[in-house]
Design a protein around this ligand. Structure first.
Ligand code: SAM
Length: 192
Protein backbone atom coordinates (compact mmCIF):
# COMPACT_ATOMS: atom_id res chain seq x y z
CA UNK A 1 0.00 0.00 0.00
CA UNK A 2 1.24 3.53 -0.70
CA UNK A 3 1.09 6.40 1.80
CA UNK A 4 -2.18 7.74 0.38
CA UNK A 5 -3.94 4.37 0.83
CA UNK A 6 -2.52 3.94 4.33
CA UNK A 7 -3.76 7.39 5.29
CA UNK A 8 -7.18 6.98 3.66
CA UNK A 9 -7.92 3.46 4.94
CA UNK A 10 -6.86 4.51 8.45
CA UNK A 11 -8.95 7.69 8.41
CA UNK A 12 -12.08 8.48 10.40
CA UNK A 13 -13.78 9.31 7.08
CA UNK A 14 -13.26 5.79 5.68
CA UNK A 15 -14.37 4.22 8.99
CA UNK A 16 -17.51 6.36 8.84
CA UNK A 17 -18.22 5.53 5.18
CA UNK A 18 -17.63 1.83 5.85
CA UNK A 19 -20.05 1.80 8.76
CA UNK A 20 -22.72 4.08 7.33
CA UNK A 21 -22.64 3.36 3.58
CA UNK A 22 -20.64 0.31 2.63
CA UNK A 23 -21.68 -2.35 5.14
CA UNK A 24 -25.38 -1.36 4.89
CA UNK A 25 -25.04 -1.92 1.11
CA UNK A 26 -23.13 -5.22 1.39
CA UNK A 27 -24.86 -7.04 4.23
CA UNK A 28 -28.65 -6.98 3.77
CA UNK A 29 -30.02 -10.37 2.75
CA UNK A 30 -26.96 -12.25 4.04
CA UNK A 31 -26.50 -13.89 7.41
CA UNK A 32 -22.98 -13.61 8.80
CA UNK A 33 -23.67 -16.60 11.05
CA UNK A 34 -21.66 -17.49 14.14
CA UNK A 35 -18.10 -17.04 12.80
CA UNK A 36 -17.08 -14.42 10.25
CA UNK A 37 -13.66 -14.28 8.59
CA UNK A 38 -12.60 -10.78 7.53
CA UNK A 39 -9.82 -10.80 4.91
CA UNK A 40 -7.37 -7.90 4.45
CA UNK A 41 -8.63 -6.11 7.55
CA UNK A 42 -6.01 -3.32 7.33
CA UNK A 43 -6.51 -0.71 10.05
CA UNK A 44 -9.86 -2.25 10.92
CA UNK A 45 -12.28 0.24 9.33
CA UNK A 46 -14.95 -2.50 9.32
CA UNK A 47 -13.74 -4.74 12.14
CA UNK A 48 -15.44 -3.24 15.19
CA UNK A 49 -18.75 -2.82 13.35
CA UNK A 50 -18.53 -6.46 12.20
CA UNK A 51 -17.86 -7.48 15.79
CA UNK A 52 -21.17 -5.87 16.71
CA UNK A 53 -23.00 -7.77 13.97
CA UNK A 54 -21.45 -11.27 14.23
CA UNK A 55 -20.98 -13.47 17.31
CA UNK A 56 -17.32 -14.07 16.47
CA UNK A 57 -14.93 -12.36 14.03
CA UNK A 58 -11.51 -13.52 12.89
CA UNK A 59 -9.68 -10.73 11.04
CA UNK A 60 -6.76 -11.72 8.83
CA UNK A 61 -4.21 -9.20 7.57
CA UNK A 62 -1.03 -9.79 5.55
CA UNK A 63 0.98 -6.84 6.83
CA UNK A 64 2.52 -7.74 10.16
CA UNK A 65 2.57 -4.21 11.63
CA UNK A 66 -1.09 -3.59 10.69
CA UNK A 67 -2.15 -6.95 12.15
CA UNK A 68 -0.32 -6.17 15.41
CA UNK A 69 -1.87 -2.71 15.63
CA UNK A 70 -5.37 -4.00 14.97
CA UNK A 71 -4.91 -6.79 17.49
CA UNK A 72 -3.91 -4.26 20.17
CA UNK A 73 -6.93 -2.09 19.32
CA UNK A 74 -9.30 -5.06 19.39
CA UNK A 75 -7.92 -6.20 22.75
CA UNK A 76 -8.57 -2.77 24.24
CA UNK A 77 -12.00 -2.17 22.72
CA UNK A 78 -14.64 -2.54 25.42
CA UNK A 79 -16.98 -5.50 24.90
CA UNK A 80 -15.15 -6.76 21.80
CA UNK A 81 -13.72 -9.99 23.14
CA UNK A 82 -15.18 -11.74 20.09
CA UNK A 83 -12.47 -10.42 17.69
CA UNK A 84 -9.32 -12.38 16.93
CA UNK A 85 -6.62 -10.93 14.67
CA UNK A 86 -4.16 -13.08 12.76
CA UNK A 87 -1.34 -12.29 10.34
CA UNK A 88 -1.69 -14.34 7.18
CA UNK A 89 -2.21 -14.55 3.44
CA UNK A 90 -5.67 -14.66 1.87
CA UNK A 91 -4.27 -16.94 -0.83
CA UNK A 92 -3.04 -19.53 1.70
CA UNK A 93 -5.46 -19.44 4.61
CA UNK A 94 -4.22 -20.99 7.86
CA UNK A 95 -7.58 -22.56 8.79
CA UNK A 96 -9.13 -26.02 8.45
CA UNK A 97 -11.83 -26.70 5.85
CA UNK A 98 -15.39 -25.52 6.63
CA UNK A 99 -14.39 -23.28 9.58
CA UNK A 100 -16.44 -20.15 8.84
CA UNK A 101 -20.09 -19.28 8.34
CA UNK A 102 -19.13 -16.19 6.27
CA UNK A 103 -16.13 -14.47 4.68
CA UNK A 104 -15.92 -10.76 3.90
CA UNK A 105 -13.26 -8.83 1.98
CA UNK A 106 -13.29 -5.05 1.56
CA UNK A 107 -10.77 -3.60 -0.94
CA UNK A 108 -8.63 -6.74 -0.71
CA UNK A 109 -9.00 -8.40 -4.12
CA UNK A 110 -7.15 -5.73 -6.14
CA UNK A 111 -4.24 -6.02 -3.69
CA UNK A 112 -3.60 -9.67 -4.59
CA UNK A 113 -0.66 -9.55 -6.93
CA UNK A 114 -1.96 -11.52 -9.92
CA UNK A 115 -5.17 -13.09 -11.26
CA UNK A 116 -3.67 -16.49 -10.28
CA UNK A 117 -3.35 -15.37 -6.64
CA UNK A 118 -6.91 -14.04 -6.77
CA UNK A 119 -8.06 -17.48 -7.99
CA UNK A 120 -6.09 -19.14 -5.20
CA UNK A 121 -7.81 -16.82 -2.70
CA UNK A 122 -11.24 -17.71 -4.16
CA UNK A 123 -10.45 -21.43 -3.75
CA UNK A 124 -9.25 -20.85 -0.20
CA UNK A 125 -12.41 -18.88 0.62
CA UNK A 126 -14.57 -21.73 -0.72
CA UNK A 127 -12.51 -24.25 1.25
CA UNK A 128 -12.78 -22.51 4.64
CA UNK A 129 -16.48 -21.66 4.22
CA UNK A 130 -19.01 -24.15 5.50
CA UNK A 131 -21.42 -25.47 2.86
CA UNK A 132 -24.04 -22.77 2.32
CA UNK A 133 -21.78 -20.09 3.87
CA UNK A 134 -21.62 -16.68 2.22
CA UNK A 135 -18.73 -14.73 0.65
CA UNK A 136 -19.17 -10.95 0.43
CA UNK A 137 -16.69 -8.59 -1.20
CA UNK A 138 -16.43 -4.95 -2.14
CA UNK A 139 -13.85 -3.72 -4.61
CA UNK A 140 -13.03 -1.04 -7.16
CA UNK A 141 -12.97 -1.20 -10.95
CA UNK A 142 -10.19 -0.52 -13.41
CA UNK A 143 -10.59 3.27 -13.69
CA UNK A 144 -7.90 5.91 -14.16
CA UNK A 145 -8.59 7.46 -10.75
CA UNK A 146 -7.89 4.14 -9.02
CA UNK A 147 -4.80 3.53 -11.14
CA UNK A 148 -3.47 6.94 -10.04
CA UNK A 149 -4.34 6.28 -6.39
CA UNK A 150 -2.32 3.04 -6.59
CA UNK A 151 0.92 4.44 -7.99
CA UNK A 152 3.72 2.58 -6.14
CA UNK A 153 1.19 0.09 -4.82
CA UNK A 154 -0.53 -3.08 -6.06
CA UNK A 155 -3.54 -2.71 -8.33
CA UNK A 156 -4.84 -5.85 -10.05
CA UNK A 157 -8.49 -4.98 -10.68
CA UNK A 158 -10.88 -7.88 -10.97
CA UNK A 159 -12.33 -8.27 -14.49
CA UNK A 160 -16.07 -8.31 -13.86
CA UNK A 161 -16.74 -10.03 -17.20
CA UNK A 162 -14.90 -13.17 -16.09
CA UNK A 163 -15.29 -12.98 -12.30
CA UNK A 164 -18.39 -15.12 -12.12
CA UNK A 165 -16.73 -17.95 -14.08
CA UNK A 166 -13.68 -17.80 -11.81
CA UNK A 167 -15.73 -17.83 -8.61
CA UNK A 168 -17.74 -20.79 -9.92
CA UNK A 169 -14.51 -22.67 -10.74
CA UNK A 170 -13.40 -22.10 -7.14
CA UNK A 171 -16.51 -23.81 -5.76
CA UNK A 172 -18.84 -20.85 -5.19
CA UNK A 173 -22.37 -20.53 -6.54
CA UNK A 174 -25.40 -18.19 -6.63
CA UNK A 175 -23.06 -15.36 -7.59
CA UNK A 176 -24.37 -11.83 -7.85
CA UNK A 177 -22.36 -8.74 -8.69
CA UNK A 178 -23.47 -5.19 -8.99
CA UNK A 179 -21.91 -1.77 -9.13
CA UNK A 180 -22.65 1.66 -7.91
CA UNK A 181 -20.61 4.82 -8.13
CA UNK A 182 -17.15 4.07 -6.88
CA UNK A 183 -17.21 0.29 -6.62
CA UNK A 184 -18.88 -3.09 -6.94
CA UNK A 185 -20.07 -5.75 -4.53
CA UNK A 186 -19.95 -9.52 -4.90
CA UNK A 187 -22.08 -12.08 -3.09
CA UNK A 188 -21.54 -15.81 -3.52
CA UNK A 189 -22.40 -18.97 -1.62
CA UNK A 190 -20.22 -21.99 -0.93
CA UNK A 191 -21.72 -24.86 -2.88
CA UNK A 192 -23.73 -26.94 -0.40
C1 SAM B 1 -6.87 -1.20 0.69
S1 SAM B 1 -6.55 -2.05 2.17
C2 SAM B 1 -8.17 -2.31 2.81
C3 SAM B 1 -8.16 -2.53 4.29
C4 SAM B 1 -9.54 -2.64 4.93
N1 SAM B 1 -10.28 -3.77 4.43
C5 SAM B 1 -10.31 -1.36 4.77
O1 SAM B 1 -11.36 -1.38 4.11
O2 SAM B 1 -9.85 -0.34 5.29
C6 SAM B 1 -6.07 -3.69 1.65
C7 SAM B 1 -5.49 -4.53 2.75
O3 SAM B 1 -5.27 -5.86 2.27
C8 SAM B 1 -4.06 -6.32 2.82
N2 SAM B 1 -3.54 -7.42 2.00
C9 SAM B 1 -2.83 -7.33 0.84
N3 SAM B 1 -2.54 -8.56 0.39
C10 SAM B 1 -3.07 -9.44 1.26
C11 SAM B 1 -3.09 -10.85 1.34
N4 SAM B 1 -2.49 -11.61 0.43
N5 SAM B 1 -3.74 -11.43 2.38
C12 SAM B 1 -4.34 -10.66 3.33
N6 SAM B 1 -4.33 -9.33 3.31
C13 SAM B 1 -3.71 -8.71 2.29
C14 SAM B 1 -3.16 -5.08 2.82
O4 SAM B 1 -2.07 -5.22 3.70
C15 SAM B 1 -4.16 -4.01 3.25
O5 SAM B 1 -4.20 -3.87 4.65
Amino acid sequence: MNSFEKWYCGSALWRYLTRRELLPWMLPGSSLGDHLLELGAGSGAATMELARLASRVTSLEYDHASALKLSTRANHAPGRANVGVIQGDAAALPFPDSTFSSVLAILLLHHLQSPELQDRAFSEIARVLRPGGVFLAFDIPNAWIHRVAHIQSTFVPLELATASKRLTAAGLSHITMDSRSGGFRIRALRVA
